[in-house]
Design a protein around this ligand. Structure first.
Ligand code: NAD
Ligand code: UFG
Length: 332
């Protein structure tokens, strides 16, 4: 099968391309490099010793998408392309609505006109808003607290309407929890250019001396040590979930939703301490005010993914911390 991977040069997309190639899928990437580098393509080829096709361009560009679907015999699409920074989405909502919605609508229009109706979509646990109980199950009420999250929820609704209008579609909506870590080769990983918003990239920049001190956003939550608790998942485990999702949509139709997490929650302090221990490096931190919009605790019930996709996360929090740091020091 030939899979079009939108945003395939990005953090999760690049790891998923490796899994696809290693499972003998053919891969076509479209990426506009708005948050990634072209060099990733060669690294994917080096790790897998396999070739892939790359188109540089925007998923909102209908002419380019038509050209790709005319030239390549695409069987299914994994749609990662989009903007993802929660804080920036509050400041620049139109940038987020434009990119995330237009790319998805354009993609689905071109897919439909080429009779390609198999889609895996990158959604997020952010669509659960502030859940009332834990762990989070797929049928929990949906709501959002920021424009980024709203784009994900709107896209989920668009995809549902699309399936209702045409039952030939087969769609898997994957709701990721907190992906961290990197490929064990240390060749690809997450490397934000700006000051990171997320915990692991920030810890790494403190550990490597690029930033002085981690700000821990609050230690007065109702959690084991007062700091926020999240469901961190190794990006390689997450990528493997996409292979299972592709398999699940191959010979069927419908739309289904899956939590991809480990089902375990770790606090900020547990992550900092584990990172220090496995990498033998000091991470300076101080406790500061809570970050507005943060929930105390968020973790998945991923039993539906186990039952339906036969997928479960396997790597430990130690693996995540070790692999994330290996990538950082190799690419300093
Ligand atoms: P990323 O920014 O590393 O990757 C996204 C890729 O898409 C980048 O390479 C970027 O250049 C590309 N891109 C963006 N808009 C594009 C467009 N219009 N046309 C072509 N290319 C475009 O992000 P990621 O962490 O790999 O996330 C992938 C997807 O998963 C995103 O949709 C994100 O919202 C979602 N997600 C990520 C997380 C996370 O914590 N990383 C959590 C939940 C959901
Ligand atoms: N944290 C700090 N200091 C930092 C960064 C984060 O203490 O510098 C804390 C946060 O308060 C939170 C935890 O570390 O308790 C994790 O924060 P992240 O920003 O890494 O992740 P979030 O859970 O806040 O958000 C992530 C993605 C969002 C997605 C959300 C739900 O970044 O895109 O998960 O899936 F919407």
């Amino acid at each position: 099968m030939k899979i079009l991977v939108t945003g395939g040069c990005g953090y999760i997309g690049s790891h998923t391309c490796i899994e696809l190639l290693e499972n003998n899928y053919q891969v076509v990437i479209i990426d506009n490099l708005s948050n990634s580098k072209k060099g990733v393509i060669d690294k994917i080829k080096k790790i897998t010793n396999k070739d892939l096709t790359y188109y540089e361009g925007d998923v909102c560009d209908k002419d380019l998408l038509n050209k790709i679907f005319d030239q390549e015999k695409i069987d299914a699409v994994i749609h990662f392309a989009g903007y993802k920074a929660v804080g920036e989405s509050v400041k620049l909502p139109l940038k987020y609505y434009h990119n995330n919605l237009c790319s998805t609508i354009t993609l689905c229009e071109v897919m439909a006109s080429h009779n390609v109706k198999k889609l895996v979509f990158s959604s997020s646990a952010t669509v659960y808003g502030s859940p009332k109980t834990l762990p989070i199950k797929e049928d929990f009420p949906l709501s959002t607290t920021n424009p980024y999250g709203t784009t994900k929820l709107m896209i989920e609704k668009i995809l549902k309407d699309l399936y209702t209008s045409d039952n030939e579609w087969s769609i898997a909506v994957l709701r990721y929890f907190n992906p961290i870590g990197a490929h064990s080769s240390g060749l690809i990983g997450e490397n934000p250019n700006d000051i990171p918003n997320n915990l692991m990239p920030y810890i790494i920049k403190v550990a490597t001396g690029e930033l002085e001190c981690l700000n821990i956003f609050g230690n007065d939550y109702d959690t084991k040590d007062g700091t926020g608790v999240r469901d961190y998942i190794h990006v390689v485990d997450l990528s493997k979930g996409h292979i299972k999702a592709i398999e699940s949509i191959t010979n069927t139709t419908g739309i289904d939703y899956y939590n991809l997490g480990t089902g375990k929650g770790y606090s900020v302090l547990e992550i900092v301490n584990t990172f220090s221990k496995v990498n033998n490096v000091k991470v300076n931190y101080k406790i500061v005010e809570r970050r507005p919009g943060d929930v105390a605790t968020c973790y998945a019930d991923s039993s539906y993914a186990l039952k339906k996709l036969h997928w479960k996360a396997e790597k430990s929090i130690e693996d995540m911390c070790r692999d994330a740091y290996l990538y950082a020091i190799k690419n300093k």
